[in-house]
Design a protein around this ligand. Structure first.
Ligand SMILES: Nc1ncnc2c1ncn2[C@@H]1O[C@H](COP(=O)(O)OP(=O)(O)O)[C@@H](O)[C@H]1O
Ligand SMILES: [Mg+2]
Length: 394
């Protein structure tokens, strides 16, 4: 290999990486990366698999010269495949003859009718985090060399940063929402401090104003913390700690915590567990957060002298838990939105305090446990929120 050629390739890569860094739309970015990867290594094809940290799965997200077939995007690439190996070992892999390598995953070759001879697979890593795998297949008229592998590694490192940036960019919509929501409490605090400066304010009003500041700062704090947790969960950066525990006693614990609030609202909570113990394996403190959120809502959006009924039981290998309240209910049209970040039903928005984050966090937690959460509700009659969790003993 001539030095001049090496130099040209590197300059070329540098220009490409500038272009990648400024592409924020994930799909166009991935398509650019696979084109470039195929070009610089003179490969017949290239593809990208992205790694889902939450599910610990690798899936195809882009390939050259074609729209990715849904048959393939839904396929989870096995851990002992070539890509899976590169991901697990976080190191590159060059396989000159795939049909002699037991790791070769031929489902894709079959699905696409693309006879594969050789593969280079590169892990894309940034800040120690695996983003995905970049693969090139079959060198045109020749076989891949060590030099192709090095070029691809350089591209892979740039691509990892660009993909990470585009993920962050996608989140900036969520951040815009947060900033919007922070405005209201911030402006009320600002107004209050202005009023507190006025000498003519009587002590009684002064105290009320100070209480409101306290209340609003608590709400701000709650919103920011919960929002960050939510985004961390969405991007798989909040880890879950599984343990084995009795679900029924967790429910009791939550009832005790919320008993004062329920009493204050004159609401009776009736617990109907099916058995004495119900052992499950899950992240206890996160499931506790879900139960507290749902119970808190069932109290908040209830009428005085209302009731709340809890049911928990095992069906097959699933736990089902439901909370039924006799409260204000949710208008049918708004039901599809209530699990969205910051969404609050119009009927309660100005009546009852809240942030609209509790249900989105609860859904995220349950889905992280491979469970599901839902609601049945009728306006003015009441609501039933329920979730299902796989039991997964030990
Ligand atoms: N038990 C319930 N009864 C009636 N409406 C409910 C109930 N739980 C939730 N909601 C509706 O869903 C919205 C979102 O709930 P949530 O995410 O917990 O936020 P928050 O309670 O802070 O408003 C609430 O604002 C309310 O409109
Ligand atoms: Mg709530």
């Amino acid at each position: 290999m001539k030095n001049e050629q090496r130099y040209n390739d590197l300059v070329n890569l540098l220009e490409i990486s500038r272009d990648l860094a400024s592409t924020l739309d994930l799909n166009s970015l991935l398509n650019k990366i696979v084109q470039v990867a195929a070009n610089i290594t003179e490969a017949e094809a290239a593809s990208i698999l992205l790694y889902d940290h939450k599910k610990n799965e690798l899936k195809f997200k882009a390939a050259t010269n074609q729209e990715i077939d849904p048959k393939i995007t839904e396929m989870v690439v096995p851990k002992d495949s070539i890509a899976g190996w590169a991901a697990q070992h976080q190191s590159s892999l060059f396989v000159p003859d795939v049909h002699k390598d037991p790791r070769f995953f031929d489902q894709v070759e079959k699905a696409l009718d693309f006879p594969t001879r050789s593969i280079i697979a590169i892990p894309m890593i940034t800040k120690g985090r695996l983003i995905g795998i970049l693969e090139v297949l079959n060198k045109k008229h020749d076989s891949f060399t060590q030099y192709d592998l090095e070029l691809l590694e350089t591209l892979g490192a740039q691509a990892a940063v660009a993909i990470e940036n585009s993920h962050l960019f996608e989140q900036s919509d969520a951040i815009a929402d947060l900033v919007h929501e922070l405005r209201t409490p911030l402006s009320s605090i600002k107004t209050i401090t202005y009023l507190l400066n006025k000498p003519e304010i009587i002590p009684e009003d002064r105290q009320k104003l100070i209480d409101t500041i306290q209340n609003e700062t608590n709400r701000l704090n709650y919103m920011v913390t919960n929002f960050l947790d939510l985004v961390r969960m969405e991007t798989g950066r909040l880890s879950f700690e599984y343990s084995t525990f009795d679900f029924n006693s967790l429910v009791n614990e939550c009832m005790l915590i919320l008993l004062p609030l329920a009493t204050q609202h004159k609401i009776k909570i009736i617990d109907q567990p099916e058995s004495e113990q119900l052992i499950i394996n899950a992240d206890r403190s996160k499931i506790k957060q879900v139960i507290l959120n749902l119970l808190n809502n069932a109290i908040k959006y209830n009428h005085p002298d209302g009731t709340i009924t809890l049911q928990h039981e095992i069906k097959k290998d699933k736990l089902t838990f439901s909370i039924t309240d006799s409260g204000v209910g949710i208008p049918e049209k708004e039901i599809p939105f209530i699990f969205n970040k910051f969404y609050r039903a119009s009927s309660v928005e100005n009546e009852i305090q809240g942030t609209g984050l509790g249900l989105s966090i609860s859904r995220q937690i349950i889905e992280n446990h491979q469970g599901s959460i839902g609601v049945k509700s009728q306006k003015d009659k009441g609501s039933t929120f329920f979730f299902e969790l796989p039991i997964k003993k030990n």
